[in-house]
Design a protein around this ligand. Structure first.
Ligand code: PEP
Length: 252
C-alpha cells in the first residue's frame, strides 16, 4: 500500500509571518490525518521560521523548492542540500518545470541535484512532465522516458525509496487546465512502468507518483480515485488554508 502524499508548493509567495501562520494552521489539520503525508514547500527565507513554528512531532513536513548539487563553495546565490537539512527540511522539490524552463535546468543538472540531496539525507520530489507542444507532437512518452531515466540515473535501491515522482504536465501548471483523471492515470501508469523497467517491479510498486497541475478542491477526489495516482503536488490551491485542507481531506 502506498501512503498518499499531498504537497503544497508555495513558489515565490509569502513573507515569513504569512508562511509560519499558514503552516501552523495546516499542521493542526494534518495532525488529524494519519493516512496521508502532508508536505509544504515555503520559499527559502521562510523555511527555518516555518520549521521553528511547528511542534517537534508535527505531522506537517517541510520541503525546499530547489537546491544546488554541491555541498559548499563559491556558488553565489545557491543553497546546499545540507543547509536545507540544517534548516529542518525533510524534502526538496527538484526539476520543477519552472526551474527547467525559466532557469534552464537540464536533466543532467537535475540528476546531480538528486544525488546530492539524497546524499545529504533529504527525500526528493522529482518533477517531470511534457509541454503542450510535446504532447501535440506525440512526443510525450519520449519526454517522460528521458526525464525519468536521466533524472534517476545512477540511483541504488535504498536511494530510490526516498524519491517521489511528480508528474506535472506543463500545460496544466497554473493554467486552470487540469489533466483529466484518464490522462493523468495513463501517464502515471506509463511512468510506473518506466521505473519498473529501470529498477524492478517491487521498486515500481512502491514508488509514489503525484499528479500536479491545477489541482483544486473540485478535482482532487477524481484524481485520487485512480490506481496509479498516489497524491498531488499543488501550487495555487496550496496558498490558502481552506483549499489545501480540503485537498488533504480528499475522499477516501
Ligand atoms: C506546481 O507549481 O507544481 C503546480 C502544480 O501549480 P498549480 O497547482 O498552480 O498548477
Amino acid at each position: 500500500m502506498r501512503k498518499p502524499i499531498i504537497a503544497g508548493n508555495w513558489k515565490m509567495h509569502k513573507t515569513i509571518a504569512e508562511a509560519t501562520g499558514l503552516a501552523a494552521e495546516l499542521a493542526a489539520a494534518a495532525a488529524a490525518l494519519d493516512d496521508v503525508e502532508v508536505i509544504v514547500a515555503p520559499p527559502f527565507t521562510a523555511l527555518a521560521g516555518v520549521v521553528g513554528a511547528l511542534p517537534a512531532d508535527s505531522a506537517l513536513r517541510v520541503a525546499a523548492q530547489n537546491c544546488y548539487c554541491e555541498d559548499k563553495g563559491a556558488f553565489t546565490g545557491e543553497i546546499a542540500p545540507s543547509m536545507l537539512v540544517d534548516a529542518g527540511c525533510s524534502h526538496v522539490i527538484l526539476g520543477h518545470s519552472e526551474r527547467r524552463k525559466i532557469f534552464g535546468e537540464n536533466d543532467a543538472l537535475i540528476n546531480r541535484k538528486v544525488h546530492a540531496a539524497l546524499a545529504a539525507g533529504l527525500n526528493v520530489i522529482l518533477c517531470i512532465g511534457e509541454t503542450l507542444e510535446e504532447r501535440e507532437q506525440e512526443r510525450m512518452y519520449d519526454v517522460l522516458k528521458t526525464q525519468v531515466s536521466e533524472g534517476l540515473k545512477g540511483l541504488a535501491g535504498e536511494q530510490l525509496a526516498r524519491v517521489v515522482i511528480a508528474y506535472e504536465p506543463v500545460w496544466a501548471i497554473g493554467t486552470g487546465r487540469t489533466a483529466t483523471s484518464d490522462q493523468a492515470e495513463e501517464a502515471h501508469s506509463f511512468v510506473r512502468g518506466l521505473v519498473g523497467g529501470l529498477f524492478g517491479q517491487s521498486e515500481a510498486e512502491a514508488m509514489r507518483i503525484l499528479y500536479g497541475g491545477s489541482v483544486k478542491p473540485e478535482n482532487i477526489d477524481g484524481l485520487m480515485a485512480r490506481e496509479n495516482i498516489d497524491g498531488a503536488l499543488v501550487g495555487g490551491a496550496s496558498l490558502q488554508a481552506e483549499d489545501f485542507i480540503r485537498i488533504m481531506n480528499f475522499a477516501r
